[in-house]
Design a protein around this ligand. Structure first.
Ligand code: PLP
Length: 275
C-alpha cells in the first residue's frame, strides 16, 4: 500500500503529493512541526501537541493553524495507514514564496504524514557538544523546522556511537538534546533544566514533571560528569536511560530513579491517550 498523507485539506498519495520548490519551509526553514506518537491508530497527547504547534507558529509569526483541520488530518492519516506503532509528523510552513526571505501571501502549507517506527531502546549513549543553544535567540523554545544545528550535533554524536547530543546554553548551563529533554539525578534528587535554559517545552518532560516530579534547576553542563543517573525524554524515546555520557559510563543504567520514572510514565501513558 502506498502511504497516504494529508496535504492542505485532503488525503493524497505520498508519492504524487506536490509542494512548491519555493515553499518557504524548504527554502529558509520557515516552518514549525510536531512529532506525535501513534500506537494502534491512536495519537498520544494530541491536544498538547496541537497547543505547542500553535505556540510555535505564533512565535514564528505564522497564521494560527486550524486545530480542527490538523486533528482531522491526523485522524485521516492514521485511518489510511494502519501501522502498529509509528509517528505522525505534522509540518506547517510559511508556504509558497518566490521572493527569497519574505514570506509569500499564498498561505501556509500543512502536511501530516505517518512513519512506521521501532520502539525506543531501554538505554543509550550521549555526547556533549561544544556549540551553545541560544536561550535568548528568537527561536528559543519554538519547535521550528530550522534544525540544521541539531543535524550537525547529531552527526557528531553518531561518530561517537551515541544517539543524542546534549547542548549547554550561552552561559554554560545544561539545556537539552537535539530532540530530547534531559533529566539528571544528583544526591538522589531528580532535576531537569528550566524552560529559561532555552530548552523546548517537551511534552514528555511536562508529563514526567507532573506524574513523577522533579526540580527545575539551573545546572552547569558539568553536572553530567557527577550525576548518579541521567535520562532523556521525548516522544520518540519516552523515558530513556543514559548509560554513557562522553567517555563516562554510568554502570547499572537504568538506575532506580530512572526505572521508577519510566514505570510511572509507561503506566500513566497507557491509561490516558490524551493526558
Ligand atoms: N527538545 C527538542 C529540541 C526537541 O526537538 C524535542 C522533540 O522533538 C524535545 C526536546 C522533546 O519533546 P517531546 O517530549 O515533546 O517530544
Amino acid at each position: 500500500m502506498k502511504p497516504a498523507i494529508w496535504l492542505d485539506g485532503s488525503l493524497c498519495d505520498a508519492d504524487s503529493a506536490r509542494v512548491s520548490v519555493f515553499d518557504h519551509g524548504l527554502t529558509v526553514g520557515d516552518g514549525v512541526f510536531e512529532t506525535v506518537k501513534a500506537t494502534e491508530g491512536r495519537a498520544f497527547a494530541l491536544t498538547r501537541h496541537l497547543r505547542r504547534l500553535a505556540r510555535s507558529a505564533e512565535g514564528l509569526g505564522l497564521p494560527a493553524p486550524d486545530p480542527d483541520e490538523v486533528r482531522r488530518g491526523c485522524e485521516e492519516v492514521l485511518k489510511a495507514n494502519p501501522v502498529p506503532f509509528g509517528r505522525l509528523r505534522i509540518t506547517y510552513t510559511g508556504g509558497f514564496s518566490p521572493l527569497g526571505s519574505d514570506r509569500g501571501t499564498a498561505g501556509p502549507t500543512l502536511v501530516v504524514a505517518l512513519v512506521e517506527a521501532a520502539r525506543p531502546a531501554d538505554s543509550t549513549a550521549v555526547v556533549t557538544v561544544p556549540w551553545a543553544r541560544n536561550e535568548r535567540g528568537a527561536l528559543a523554545g519554538l519547535k521550528t523546522t530550522s534544525y540544521g544545528e541539531n543535524v550537525v550535533a547529531l552527526a557528531r554524536a553518531r561518530q561517537q556511537d551515541a544517539t543524542e547530543a546534549l547542548f549547554g546554553n550561552t552561559v554554560g548551563a545544561l539545556c537539552e538534546g537535539t530532540g530530547s529533554n534531559v533529566f539528571v539525578v544528583l544526591d538522589g534528587e531528580l532535576h531537569t533544566p528550566p524552560l529559561s535554559s532555552g530548552c523546548l517545552a517537551g511534552i514528555t518532560r511536562a508529563l514526567v514533571l507532573e506524574w513523577v516530579g522533579a526540580k527545575e534547576t539551573d545546572l552547569p553542563l558539568e553536572a553530567l560528569a557527577r550525576a548518579e543517573e541521567v535520562f532523556l525524554t521525548s516522544t520518540t524515546r519516552d523515558v530513556q536511560a543514559v548509560h554513557r555520557v562522553d567517555a563516562r559510563t554510568l554502570p547499572g543504567a537504568p538506575g532506580p530513579v530512572t526505572a521508577e520514572a519510566r514505570r510511572i510514565f509507561v503506566e500513566r501513558a497507557a491509561a490516558d491517550i490524551d493526558p
